[in-house]
Write a protein that binds this ligand. Sequence first.
Ligand code: ATP
Ligand code: MG
Length: 421
Amino acid sequence: MLTKAPKGTKDVLATEVYKWQYLEKVFREVCESFGYKEIRTPVFEHTELFERGVGETTDVVQKEMYTFEDKAGRSITLKPEGTAPVVRALIEHKLYSGPLPLKFFYITPCYRYERPQAGRLREFHQFGIEVFGSDQPAVDVEVMALVYNFYKALNVDGIGLNINSIGCSKCRTEYNIKLRNFLEEKLHNLCETCQSRYEKNPMRILDCKNEKCQAEILDAPIMINHLCDECNEHFEKVKEYLELADIKYNVDPKIVRGLDYYTKTAFEFISNEIGSQSTVCGGGRYDGLVEELGGPSTPAVGFGMGIERLLLTLENNGIEIPKEKGLDIFIVTIGEKADKEAFRLLNDLRKNEISADKDYLGRSIKAQFKYSDKLEAQYTIVIGDDEVDKGVVSLKNMHSGEQQEVALVNLIDELKSRLGR
Ligand code: ATP
Ligand code: MG
């Protein structure tokens, strides 16, 4: 137990971390190019936030939350998703009174008690964005376009966009009656959770992962055939703007999404490469959530994207993430005086934004060179006690093997010019 990470969690080691850093960098750049600002919220929140914000009839709240009491007896939950905390922050800091729309992005760990498998973990990570304050269909499409541009920037093909409209509280009330009628005789064949959802939120039954339930709902009535005029017009405009943005899409009337407060547009990006956990990104409009959590009525739209599933998609598409370069400089020393000089020089180099390292294990010269190779250093500086006295070092290009003596006073300038800084 002591030396094994908890089930469903993963360490990110040096062999992988550059991939994460690259994805984070590209995601930030794309978000910034769309005018989004980063927001960071705590890893834990009051449990009620998710009960209200994600919805009591969702899988997340019913089965998957990491909930515990803190020492003062408060019920605390590790964030299972990113939207509710951002909405809480929006309300707490009255951000909605600033110029609208507000556009946020986040990079966050999430926690869900699920059965771990490929692309499904208990601690996983999400990229996400949220836009508050505009009900225009163009904003729904901007959100999808950001995902689309991000995938483009990563060179991934083979990710398709599926969209749906799940209506608003007006049209859904009528639809729910039709859906309940349809489900009534099938109820005894549905799983227990679905049975409990029948009264409160029958639409959620469409999202059940249970195969038996899926088979029962094959011919269920679909929401897009029962949209009110306003929702219908919104959906038509979303499609029009998707065409304007030159983004291909399919309408999938079965998309329900995991949050109870989604309204109108719901969408998913699906990778055909990663098997059963194929949803790499899910999002939609949630015009009711800010008000539900105690803020003023504020339309909103956003998405959440699993980073682990994105990494799987990239891997299965054979897309290589560029490796970071090795160290600029490794200093090999011979003798005690040289070792001290190297220590001083390290500081100088690093202050000049030249990455540098030296030996700290008292290695032989040969072993120091070997270690320099391991660190993929571009140049090695060799200093012996003699060199210290003369004020010079020997500079070796590790690719070409070419070696040259350089006066210490000129060293930084020489390195900067060689490294193109
Ligand atoms: P699924 O249907 O696969 O359970 P979901 O509907 O629960 O997904 P969302 O709540 O919409 O997922 O989360 C957004 C994204 O986060 C998903 O599309 C997926 O990429 C990722 N994700 C969700 N749960 C996990 C998990 N347990 N492990 C890894 N990634 C996950
Ligand atoms: Mg899920």
